[in-house]
Design a protein around this ligand. Structure first.
Ligand SMILES: CC(C)(COP(=O)(O)OP(=O)(O)OC[C@H]1O[C@@H](n2cnc3c(N)ncnc32)[C@H](O)[C@@H]1OP(=O)(O)O)[C@@H](O)C(=O)NCCC(=O)NCCS
Length: 173
């Protein structure tokens, strides 16, 4: 579990399935997160199962975001996953549109990046963001990640960002 000033992040579990399906099927959320694809219930189950496996073996995966308190609804997700099956991990996040614009995604993502550096000891954390995803670019730049290359993607150009672990040296990306 990760805690921030306002949020509690818990590793995704089967009980999050229905709230997650509702969140990820919202058009504003799936546009950039899944290139507009509508995930099925089975695909959401696979993501939860994959995250549970990653946590068990590698101590990272996806967390559910809730405001701290008892029986709060799922507001979003934040997590770490392998970028293009390479050695680097990317930070990813999504938030219920009704709760956006309050800095919550940034707060959750900051906790996940800190976990990657302090607990996993990563050398760097990456992010891959569609050039048209202004809200996500604002979140990632506020976290201190910097762009280092642009690659083609399904929806158009995608920007790769990186932040070097401050304990390992300056951000040279
Ligand atoms: C990206 C996302 C998580 C941001 O959630 P959020 O709670 O609004 O994020 P925050 O409040 O922490 O920060 C939003 C920032 O984006 C800015 N922003 C929001 N909409 C914007 C827009 N259309 N154009 C430009 N900036 C925008 C806000 O001003 C804010 O900037 P600031 O931190 O400099 O003040 C949310 O939009 C989302 O779930 N999108 C769909 C999924 C997704 O794209 N995930 C990222 C995949 S890489």
């Amino acid at each position: 579990m990760l805690r921030t000033a306002r949020l509690t992040l818990t590793p995704l579990r089967a009980g999050d399935h229905d709230e997650l399906l509702t969140l990820w099927q919202r058009p504003e959320v799936r546009e950039f997160l899944f290139d507009g694809e509508t995930l099925s219930a089975e695909q959401v189950t696979e993501i939860i199962t994959g995250s549970e496996k990653d946590f068990a073996t590698d101590k990272f995966g996806f967390w559910a975001i809730r405001e701290t308190g008892i029986d709060r609804p799922l507001l979003g997700t934040a997590g770490l996953r392998r970028l293009d099956d390479g050695p680097d991990l990317e930070v990813v996040y999504s938030l219920d549109p009704g709760f956006q614009g309050r800095g919550l995604a940034g707060e959750a993502a900051a906790a996940v990046v800190a976990y990657g550096f302090e607990v996993l000891g990563l050398d760097r954390v990456l992010a891959e963001i569609d050039e048209g995803n202004a809200a996500s670019i604002a979140v990632i730049e506020r976290l201190g990640l910097r762009p280092f290359e642009t690659v083609p993607g399904v929806l158009g150009p995608m920007i790769h960002y990186a932040l070097t672990n401050p304990a390992h040296g300056a951000n040279t990306a």
